[in-house]
Design a protein. Structure first.
Length: 657
C-alpha cells in the first residue's frame, strides 16, 4: 500500500487532531443507515483499527480525511481533496512544529480520490428521485460537490429546501412600513443607526431576515423595534404570537431581558416567551424527538433567534422543519464568533460572502433605493444614508441580510482590540493591550494572577450569603424573582468569569478550577459558594448544557441555586445532571453570555482549538474590563492568522459568488 496515507494518519494523531467518537456520537451519526463495522471501528480508534485491518492506501486516506473533517465540524469532504489535504497538513505542521516529509506523495494520492469508486457498502450516489433517498450506506457522494455522511446530507437538504423557499416578501407594503415607522419614531424619543433602521425595514419586508453584527452593535435593540413595528403593521399581533429563542438558556434570558426593557410602554408584551431552541420545539422523552416538527408546526407568527452562530446543522434543520411557512423569521448573530460545537456553521455559510466586500453591503440596487426612500422619511434619522448595494452576483441572500457595523457599547479600547483580532493585526493588538486601563496583561505567574483575581472579584459578602442566607429554604424550593439574596448571589456570579480556550494543560479549565477550589474555598468537595456548570440537558429539571449556578447551604444541606426565567430555584445536588466546577469555563461555553470583567487565560503551547474566532469570542465576552494571561507574540500571531474553515454543501446549488 501507499505508506504516505498511513504516515499522514499517524502525523495527525501526534498533532492531537483525531479524537475517537463516543458510542452516542456514533449512534447519532448512523441514524437511519447501516452501521458498517469497519467504519465504526475506524471512527472509534482510527490508528489502531487501520494497523490491524486491510491495507488500502486510497481508502485509508479517504477515511482519514472524512474523519478529520468531521472532527473540525465540517459536514462535507469536497471533491477538491488536495486543498483540504494541504489545509490539514499545514495545521498539523504548526502544532507539531515540524514538517510532514511525504506531502508530495500524499497530494499525488489525493488527486486520485475523486475518480475512485469506493465500495458499495460505504458510499451511495446522490439521486434526484426522492423515493430513492433512503440508502443504507453511511456515506453519500454528491454530484460535483463531495462526500457527506448521510445524516448531514439529509439535514442540509432540509435546510436548502426550507430556508431558500422562505426568501420572499411579506404582504406589508413599503408605504405601510414607512407610515408605521414614522408614527413610532414621532411618538418615541429614540433614533437608530442607518443599518439598524435598515435591518428593521428588511425584517418587515421579508419572510426571513439575517442580522449579523458584533457585540454592542444593537442587535437586540433592532429586535425590539422589529416587534414594535410589526405590531403597528398588524394590530392583532399578540405576545403569544411571538417567540424569542437562543441556543442556550443564558442567551435566551439575556434576549428577553433586553427586549422587554425596550418595550416597557407595550404592556401586553411584558410576558414575551423566550426559551432555548430545545424548549421551543418541546423535546419529548417518550418519542426521543421534538413535539413540533414537519407535521406539527410551531404556532407563531414571528420567531426571533439570537446567537444564531451557535446553532448546529441538525438543530437548524429540525427548527426549519417545524416553522410555519407564513411565520416571519429573524436570525440574529455574529458570524465572526465561534461556530457551533457540533457539525455545521449555518450562519457563516449564509452570511460569509457578504463579509468579503469592503463596504459590507447586502442589498440589490432596487432594494437599496426602496430603503433609502423609507429611511428618509423617518424622524430622528436625518443622517446622510450611504448606499448598501451589493456588487456581487447571483447570491440568493441579497436583500435578506443586514450587517451591523457600528458598536454602541464598547469603551474604545475593547472595541479596537476586537477589531485588531478580526483583522489579524498582531502589532495593533499588542499596542492596544499595552496601553493598560480596562485592558491589561496579567502577571507572568498564573497562581499570582488567579489569587489577585479572586481577591478582587469574590468578596467575603458573596461567600457569607451562600452560607447563611438560604438556610431557611428547602431543597427544590422556588424563590421569587425579587428574592434579594438570590438576586445578589447570581448577579455576583455572572459579573466576572475566567475563560480558557482549552480544558487540558496547566492553563486549562480543569487545572484552574481545581486550583481555585483548593486555594480559595479550601476544599476538595463542593461547598457553599462553589459555582457549577451544567454539562448535560435535563428536560425534567429544565436544566440545560451551559447553564450555571452556585452551591448554597439550605435547611437540608447543600443545594444548587440557579435562575430559571422569572424565578430562582434550589435543586438537590444529587439530582443534578452531569456538572463540573465553574470558577473558569471554556470560551465555547461562554458564548452567548456577557460579563463585566473577564480574565482570558491562554495556553503556553499551540492547539488545534486556538484560532482567530476563539480569541475574538473570548475578547468580546466582556463589557468593562479584560485581562489576558499568557500572551506570546509568536503563538498569538499564529492564532490571529488561523481562521476556522468548515466545508458544507448548503450553498452548492444556490450560490455562485
Amino acid at each position: 500500500m501507499n505508506n504516505s496515507a498511513l504516515n499522514f494518519l499517524r502525523f495527525l494523531s501526534e498533532a492531537n487532531m483525531l479524537h475517537p467518537l463516543s458510542r452516542r456520537q456514533i449512534r447519532l451519526l448512523y441514524q437511519g443507515v447501516y452501521p458498517d463495522e469497519n467504519l465504526v471501528a475506524f471512527i472509534e480508534n482510527p490508528l489502531e483499527s487501520w494497523e490491524n485491518s486491510y491495507q488500502d492506501g486510497e481508502l485509508l486516506l479517504f477515511l482519514t480525511l472524512l474523519f478529520v473533517q468531521l472532527q473540525k465540524g465540517s459536514t462535507l469532504l469536497p471533491l477538491n481533496v488536495c486543498e483540504v489535504l494541504q489545509r490539514h497538513i499545514t495545521l498539523a505542521e504548526q502544532i507539531l512544529e515540524q514538517k510532514f516529509s511525504e506531502t508530495e506523495a500524499l497530494l499525488s494520492l489525493g488527486t486520485q480520490l475523486a475518480a475512485v469508486k469506493f465500495r458499495s457498502w460505504l458510499v451511495s450516489e446522490e439521486s434526484s428521485d426522492e423515493e430513492s433517498l433512503a440508502p443504507v450506506q453511511p456515506l453519500i457522494v454528491r454530484r460535483n460537490v463531495g462526500w457527506s455522511f448521510h445524516r448531514f446530507y439529509t439535514a442540509e437538504e432540509v435546510v436548502k429546501k426550507q430556508f431558500f423557499s422562505r426568501l420572499e416578501r411579506t404582504d406589508y407594503s413599503d408605504s405601510a412600513i414607512s407610515e408605521a415607522l414614522q408614527q413610532i419614531f414621532s411618538q418615541n424619543e429614540f433614533s437608530l443607526h442607518q443599518r439598524q433602521l435598515a435591518a428593521v425595514i428588511l425584517a418587515c419586508q421579508n419572510r426571513t431576515t439575517i442580522i449579523s453584527g458584533g457585540p454592542g452593535t444593537g442587535k437586540t435593540t433592532v429586535c425590539a423595534q422589529i416587534i414594535r413595528t410589526i405590531k403597528n403593521l398588524n394590530p392583532e399581533l399578540e405576545s403569544s404570537d411571538v417567540a424569542l429563542a437562543a441556543p442556550t438558556g443564558r442567551a435566551a434570558a439575556r434576549l428577553k431581558e433586553s427586549v422587554q426593557n425596550q418595550l416597557q410602554d407595550m404592556s401586553k408584551f411584558h410576558d414575551l416567551r423566550s426559551s432555548t431552541l430545545h424548549i421551543l420545539l418541546r423535546f419529548s422523552r417518550r418519542s426521543n424527538d421534538f413535539t413540533y416538527n414537519a407535521d406539527n408546526k410551531l404556532p407563531y407568527k414571528l420567531v426571533i433567534i439570537d446567537e444564531s452562530s451557535m446553532i448546529d446543522l441538525s438543530m437548524f434543520a429540525k427548527f426549519l422543519d417545524a416553522l410555519d411557512p407564513e411565520c416571519q423569521l429573524v436570525l440574529l448573530g455574529d458570524k465572526n464568533q465561534l461556530p457551533s460545537v457540533n457539525a455545521g456553521a449555518v450562519l457563516g455559510d449564509l452570511s460569509g460572502a457578504f463579509y468579503g466586500n469592503a463596504t459590507l453591503a447586502t442589498l440589490s440596487a432596487e432594494r437599496d433605493k426602496q430603503l433609502q426612500k423609507i429611511m428618509g422619511k423617518v424622524p430622528h434619522s436625518a443622517e446622510n444614508h450611504k448606499s448598501m448595494r451589493f456588487r456581487g452576483t447571483n447570491n440568493p441572500l441579497v436583500d435578506n441580510i443586514m450587517l451591523l457595523t457600528h458598536s454602541f457599547r464598547y469603551n474604545q479600547s475593547i472595541g479596537e482590540l476586537a477589531q485588531a483580532v478580526q483583522e489579524g493585526n498582531v502589532d495593533k493588538f499588542e499596542d492596544i493591550l499595552q496601553k493598560g486601563g480596562e485592558l491589561s496583561q496579567a502577571p507572568e505567574d498564573l497562581a499570582t494572577t488567579l489569587q489577585q483575581w479572586m481577591e478582587l472579584r469574590y468578596k467575603n459578602e458573596y461567600l457569607r450569603s451562600c452560607q447563611q442566607d438560604f438556610e431557611n429554604h428547602q431543597l427544590n424550593d422556588e424563590l421569587p424573582q425579587d428574592h434579594a439574596a438570590a438576586q445578589a448571589v447570581i448577579a455576583h456570579l455572572n459579573r466576572s468569569r475566567i475563560l480558557c480556550p482549552i480544558k487540558g494543560s496547566v492553563q486549562g479549565v480543569h487545572a484552574i478550577n481545581q486550583h481555585i477550589q483548593h486555594s480559595w474555598l479550601r476544599s476538595h468537595e463542593f461547598v457553599a459558594g462553589t459555582p457549577l456548570l451544567i454539562q448535560r440537558n435535563s428536560y425534567k429539571l429544565d436544566l440545560f448544557n451551559g447553564d450555571t449556578g452556585v452551591v448554597v447551604k439550605c435547611a437540608e444541606g447543600l443545594g444548587f441555586l440557579c435562575e430559571m426565567g422569572s424565578k430562582f430555584r434550589i435543586i438537590s445536588l444529587a439530582n443534578l445532571p452531569k456538572h463540573e466546577l465553574c470558577h473558569a469555563m471554556t470560551v465555547h461555553k461562554a458564548q452567548g453570555s456577557e460579563y463585566d470583567n473577564v480574565l482570558l487565560v491562554l495556553p503556553s503551547q499551540d492547539s488545534i482549538l486556538l484560532s482567530r474566532e476563539i480569541i475574538y469570542t473570548g475578547v468580546t465576552r466582556t463589557k468593562e474590563s479584560l485581562q489576558i494571561y499568557g500572551w506570546q507574540r509568536e503563538l498569538g500571531s499564529r492564532w490571529l492568522h488561523r481562521t476556522l474553515t468548515r466545508d458544507s454543501g448548503i450553498l452548492d446549488d444556490n450560490f455562485e459568488g
